[in-house]
Design a protein around this ligand. Structure first.
Ligand code: BG6
Length: 484
């Protein structure tokens, strides 16, 4: 199997993504015994460092697992460090890849049997070097005796055209079945749960459609701003940062038809089919916001790395429609905001009103899937208030994971995805055609924002979003339940 006899190379090993996400995820997978015993991880970057220095840097963000004593943790760290090494070199010259190759062969020939086998390349790199690195690796480091895989992560371009350009450059070097495109939301436990919830429950399978559903909201909220990464952010904006990828991917899994099987291509076929039924977002279906200084926090424009007077949105609400028999006419409201009142990501399906007549003013049912923090599935239902009256009250069927699955450690998204890549399971990675259609949905609205630079509605740091945010949802049929 590909899982064994593998050397993984992390390119961009001294950068933030590698230190904060990739290496801690690899540590956990290794510690839990998910990676093969003979695994070796090579870091590669431009920074000059010795193996020892890299081993120190690599563990900077690794936290002690729950219940581990200091000694036990130290032992695990040392064990992990023993499978790490480092090579430095440029990204744009063969010499770097040749030095990497030398190291890879050294590691591989030390193994029993000594054959050159599988290689997994993880690109924790800025997009400006994606294609040149992909080409350098393909030319100098492609294993001829085993499998080769490359993991890449957004941003994949800035619009349909630039994405296509990048994809075709990558495709010239790496086959689609060797390419694993991460959208880390697909590795989140609750997003992975969508398939089971949708197709493993008659009650949901039968009701998640236009006959029963009034509207769906997918909300992403972060309580911090873009301080420190304003330069990156300003070029992209909140829509490219989370809506076009994370929230749209989540929507596609929520809304797809039942796949023929759990095989990667069957799942991705259904995802792409539902995405193809979504017409480009219209500008009247968009609300943009930008946070301003409040409560002792700086505003977006106060960051020195942000261009003066930038109209870059840090909040967006946008509504999509799916023109297929299941969902036609149901508004899918996406809301994403930085520097808002709380950190939360959830899907909220609001059902239609019950037929009028016997009840007046009864709350709507809702199905809420809380992706983070504190994973939960809960259903808001009306129940008779116990006692000698006949009165309906909104109440909840509540499956909060920490109560229901208290002894299960929920894996981090990157752990789940990296392990999938080792195993060769591409179901939770984004296929080229999905990416293409995702950009088709978003490109017109993004071009309008880039060109016309509409002024975003200001909102104070720590607010729920712009003042019009609540009215925006109501415009698409969302009804607040004031009692609940
Ligand atoms: C990243 C965005 O892709 O996702 C960030 O670039 C955002 O701006 C992050 O903060 C959110 O991921 P998570 O897993 O913390 O919800």
């Amino acid at each position: 199997a590909f899982v064994g006899e593998t050397v993984m190379t992390v390119l961009g090993a001294s950068g933030d993504l590698a230190k904060k996400k990739t290496l801690p995820a690899l540590f956990t997978l290794y510690r839990q015994g998910h990676l093969p015993d003979d695994i070796h991880i090579v870091g590669y970057a431009r920074t000059k460092m010795t193996d020892e220095e890299f081993k120190q840097r690599a563990i900077q963000y690794i936290k002690a697992p729950k219940g581990f004593s200091e000694d036990e943790f130290k032992k695990e760290i040392e064990k992990f460090q023993s499978i790490l090494s480092y090579v430095h070199g440029p990204y744009d010259e063969d010499s770097g890849y040749q030095a990497l190759e030398k190291r890879l062969v050294e590691i591989e020939t030390k193994r029993p049997g000594g054959t050159r086998r599988n290689r997994l390349f993880y690109m924790a790199l800025p997009p400006s070097v994606f294609t040149v690195v992909a080409a350098g690796l393909r030319k100098n480091n492609y294993s001829t005796e085993g499998g080769n895989r490359i993991i890449v992560e957004k941003p994949f371009g800035k619009d349909l055209e630039s994405c296509r350009e990048m994809m075709s450059a990558l495709k010239a070097e790496w086959a689609e079945n060797e390419t694993y495109r991460i959208d880390h939301y697909l590795g989140k436990e609750m997003v992975k749960n969508l398939l089971v919830l949708r197709f493993g429950n008659v009650v949901l399978d039968q009701t998640l459609n236009k006959n029963s559903v009034s509207n769906v909201q997918i909300t992403f909220k972060e309580p911090f701003g873009t301080e420190g990464r304003g330069g990156y952010f300003d070029e992209f904006g909140i829509i490219r940062d989370v809506c076009q990828n994370h929230l749209l991917q989540t929507l596609s899994v929520l809304c797809m038809e039942r796949p023929v099987s759990f095989a990667a291509e069957d799942i991705r076929d259904e995802k792409v089919k539902v995405l193809r039924c979504i017409p480009p977002i219209k500008k009247e279906d968009v609300l943009l916001g930008q946070y301003v200084a409040a409560n002792g926090h700086p505003g977006y424009l106060d960051d020195d790395t942000v261009p003066k007077g930038s109209n870059c949105p840090t909040f967006a609400a946008l509504t999509l429609f799916i023109n297929n028999p299941r969902w036609e006419g149901v508004p899918f409201i996406m809301k994403a905001g930085k520097a808002v009142n709380e950190g939360k990501v959830e899907i909220r399906v609001q059902f239609k009103d019950v037929t009028s007549g016997i009840f007046t003013d009864i709350a709507r049912d809702e199905l809420v899937l809380r992706i983070q923090p504190d994973e939960a599935v809960y259903m808001k239902l009306n129940n008779k208030l116990p006692g000698l009256v006949t009165k309906a009250v909104p109440t909840e069927l509540d499956m909060t994971y920490k109560n229901r699955f208290s002894d299960v450690e929920i894996p981090q998204a990157y752990e789940a995805l990296i392990l999938d890549a080792f195993k060769g399971d591409a179901s939770n990675f984004v296929r080229d055609d999905e990416l293409d259609v995702a950009w088709k949905i978003f490109t017109p609205i993004l071009h309008w924002i880039d060109n016309d630079k509409p002024k975003p509605e200001p909102y104070p740091y720590g607010a729920r979003g712009p003042a019009d945010s609540a009215a925006f949802s109501e415009r698409y049929g969302y009804k607040r339940d004031d009692a609940g």
